[in-house]
Write a protein that binds this ligand. Sequence first.
Ligand code: BDR
Ligand code: CA
Length: 312
Amino acid sequence: MRKQALIIDCDPGVDDAVGLQLALAAPELEVLAITTVGGNVPVAKTSRNARIVRQVAGREDVPVFAGAARPLVRAPAGAGEFHGAEGLGDIRPFEPDAPLDGDDAVEAIIDIVRSRPAGSVAAAVMGPMTNLALAIRKAPDIAGRLGPVAVMGGARAEGGNITASAEFNVWADPDAAAEVFHSGAKVVAFGLDATHQVRATEERIARIEAIGGAAAAMAASTLRFSQRIEREIVGWDAAPLHDPCTVAWLMRPELFRLRPCRIEVETGSDLTRGHTAVEFRVDAAEAPHLWAVAADGEGVFDLIAETLKAAA
Ligand code: BDR
Ligand code: CA
């Protein structure tokens, strides 16, 4: 089987942790590097958390590079209320055995993409798009060299989760998102319209809990945390599972329905900061982006459960 090579850019983050565990266990994927960004919690914590996740997965062979501490122009935000003050929910953080492999995620992204055949390295972006925007600023050729860039970000029909119309990752660094969408990179966006269709129901969480093994236990713990927090803060019975959609699509594209489009990000107004204007009235053959309009939630959870079980 030809493995899909990819870089995962993330801000773990409880749902990032599930996405990382899925990718690190997937026989279909070759994770070349994990890069981190300040987002849900500050970058020192997301970098530590990424190293914790890879250690729990038994994948210290995958390098972790720390990236941007703050958005391109805005003040850093955070989402600790949805991820816990340390970022991994109920999981008590510890200092991982293996140190960071470098503190220049931007350079690492450029080096990796340039060192591999054009089109062969995909990206799964699970946090604010600051690192990718900086990498493309420094090395514009990588936008065209990258394979699909699966980003978790944005909202259209579903409305926002941080303001009326903005989703957190795009809202946190709208300027970076705008640059990435304009870069020529083949962006496939998994916004709230799709991720809200992937819900961690009681039955689905119980299935992951029943698997056993450290990676599945970590995934189950973060899902339980999200279940509790979403019930408390939002009033939803089953929390949406955002970031793993990027990885799930790279593994099983048939789990999602995509539509060609052009995506623009609102950066000029405080009221609509980070709003994604997703325009479907485009020539499909020329459309620069794809937008996920539907997701098979049961299929995504089947994939997570099967993958973690096979690796346990
Ligand atoms: C996104 O925001 C973060 O809090 C999550 O990790 C996810 O990447 C959802 O809006
Ligand atoms: Ca995230």
